[in-house]
Structures are given as C-alpha cells and as structure tokens.
Design a protein around this ligand. Structure first.
Ligand SMILES: Nc1ncnc2c1ncn2[C@@H]1O[C@H](COP(=O)(O)OP(=O)(O)OP(=O)(O)O)[C@@H](O)[C@H]1O
Ligand SMILES: [Mg+2]
Length: 282
C-alpha cells in the first residue's frame, strides 16, 4: 500500500470519529471469540484506539467456553435450554470464578498494559444489574430488572474503560448468571449508547450456520421471530438476536454483530465504510 492509500484510510475514519466522539459505544465481547491469543490482542487494540480518539467504550464480556472448561474440571456437565445455561448454586460459583477471576481480570490487564485505564466490575457492583430469577427450571439464571448506570458514568467521567462481567445482584444480595447479550443490551439502553456491537465467533447471522457465505448483512426487527421459528437462528444466537432487537427498539441507533475471529473486525466496523457482519434495523 502506498502512502496515499494509507492516508486515505485514515481520512475515511474522520466522519466516524466525529460521529462517535464523546459517545458511549457498548462492545459485547463473546467468550467464543476469546479463543486465540493474538486475536484477543487485536480486539484490545481496537478498543484502545476507540478510547484514544475520544469514544467511550464500555465492555461487557461473556465466557461460555471458560465456564464450560471449569465445569468440566469440576466434573459438571453444562446443560442449556434455549441458549441459556442451567445454573445451580455450585455452577454459579464456577460462573463467577471464570468470569470475574479469569476473563474480566485478563481484559482489564491487557487494556491497562496498552496504556488506557480500565477497571473491572460485575453487575453486583453499585447494583449495576438488579436481577431476579428468570425461571425456576433454570436455577440462578437471572433476568435484569433494572440497570443502575451511575457507577459506569462515574468511571467514564474519570476516563476509565469499564469492563463488566455479566453477574446480576438479587434482592438478598445473591448472584445471578445473566446472559452477557442481555447485560450488554440493557446497559447500552440505560446509558443511551449510540452504538452496540456484539463480537462473536461467526460472521453474523447466517442462513446456514455451516456456510459463512450465507451471511444476512441486514436484518429488520420484524424478521427476527420468523428466523427463530424457522430454526435458522438457534442456540446462543437466540438470546443475541432477541437482545439486539430490544436495543434497536429502545433507541440504540446502531446495533451490529461481527466476527471476532477476523483480526480487527471491531476497528473495521467502527472506523471504515466497509459493511461487515449483520446490522439490525427497525
Ligand atoms: N443462524 C445462525 N447464524 C449464526 N450463528 C448461529 C446461528 N444459529 C446458531 N448460531 C450459533 O450461535 C453461536 C454464537 O452464540 P454463542 O452464545 O455461542 O457465542 P457468544 O455469545 O459470542 O459467546 P458467549 O455466550 O460466551 O458470550 C455461533 O457460534 C453459532 O454456533
Ligand atoms: Mg452467547
């Protein structure tokens, strides 16, 4: 690439920097996109760049594979119902160990290493994610009743990047396992985020999970129920697409899903004209 082309790419980013400067952008970093060390670092770099050009990224992370690995070590079998993990008390302890003890701490460490100030919190901190049981059959799987965004606003005022583990707090102070897609969507709505990006391990919503070429690059919210009913959207994509819809309907202007297995997918989505992944519209 010649210097002129390089400059062209930087110039292309100007309207995006202008549009999202000082705005909150919620990034949901899926556990399934955290497998490769080098790719993890590219995601961190993208977040650091967003911060340095004046955006306010808020990270909400998942951790499915890490939780499964820990459960396996402890001799427990993961069970899912409609993409949600059935969570007994012992599993909840493992969920917190994996999310807070490992993943959250690692993301915070990597961001700090790159020179931005990051701080890790869970939805229990400052009662960020006030939650209740979703369905007795799912155990300690929670649903978010209320989001108290004060702590995140304070952290953003201090110029920190908040990194949120999706654990909710119940009426008696108990922990709930919150689907990270739900947590991200609710936090984006509560903070009036301008944009919400889900980083996952597929290109976006696919017509056929086996073929990456079958990407649906735009989905209107009215199509979602049909995609689920027809069995096109399954497993972990079910909560994701439903919470994308909630965010879009609630006024988050831009909601996207992108593939974290592609280097710098987040950077390309935020700063360039290239349409990648799936965009939800209403
Ligand atoms: N139509 C579809 N298009 C794309 N992916 C689909 C579809 N239906 C089901 N899926 C599955 O959804 C998965 C993504 O959701 P999943 O919950 O596994 O990941 P994540 O949300 O990114 O990670 P985590 O749950 O750890 O935060 C894909 O890997 C794919 O197997
Ligand atoms: Mg998921």
């Amino acid at each position: 690439m010649n210097p002129c082309e390089k400059a062209g790419i930087l110039v292309e980013s100007i309207p995006y920097i202008k549009q999202f400067r000082n705005e909150i952008v919620v990034v949901k970093y899926g556990g399934n996109a955290m497998i490769d060390e080098e790719l993890k670092q590219t995601v961190i770099e993208d977040i650091v760049l967003m911060k340095y050009v004046g955006m306010n990224p808020v990270i909400v992370h998942g951790g499915g594979p890490e939780i499964n690995a820990l459960m396996e070590k402890m001799g427990k079998e993961p069970v899912y119902v409609n993409g949600l993990r059935v969570t007994d008390a012992e599993t909840m302890t493992l969920v917190e160990m994996a999310l807070l003890g490992k993943i959250n701490s690692e993301i915070v460490g990597r961001l700090n290493q790159m020179g931005v100030l990051a701080t890790g919190i869970s939805g229990k901190d400052g009662r960020l994610l006030v939650s209740e049981a979703r369905d007795p059959a799912l155990g300690l799987v929670g649903k978010v009743k209320e989001v108290r965004g004060e702590l995140i606003h304070q952290l953003l005022n201090l110029d920190y990047v908040p990194v949120v583990a999706p654990v909710g707090i119940g009426a008696s102070g108990e922990s709930y396992n919150i689907n990270a897609d739900e947590a991200a969507s609710r936090i984006a709505l509560a903070l009036n985020a301008k944009k919400l990006v889900y980083i996952t391990n597929v290109e976006g919503v696919l017509e056929s999970v086996e073929s990456p070429g079958s990407l649906l690059s735009h989905i209107h919210v009215d199509e979602i129920d049909d995609l689920i009913a027809r069995g096109i959207v399954q497993n972990g994509m079910i909560p994701k697409i439903k919470y994308c819809r909630k965010a879009v309907m609630g006024g988050v202007e831009r909601v996207h899903m992108i593939n974290g297995n592609k280097p710098h997918a987040l950077l390309l989505e935020i700063f360039t004209n290239d349409g990648i992944g799936t965009m939800l519209t209403r």
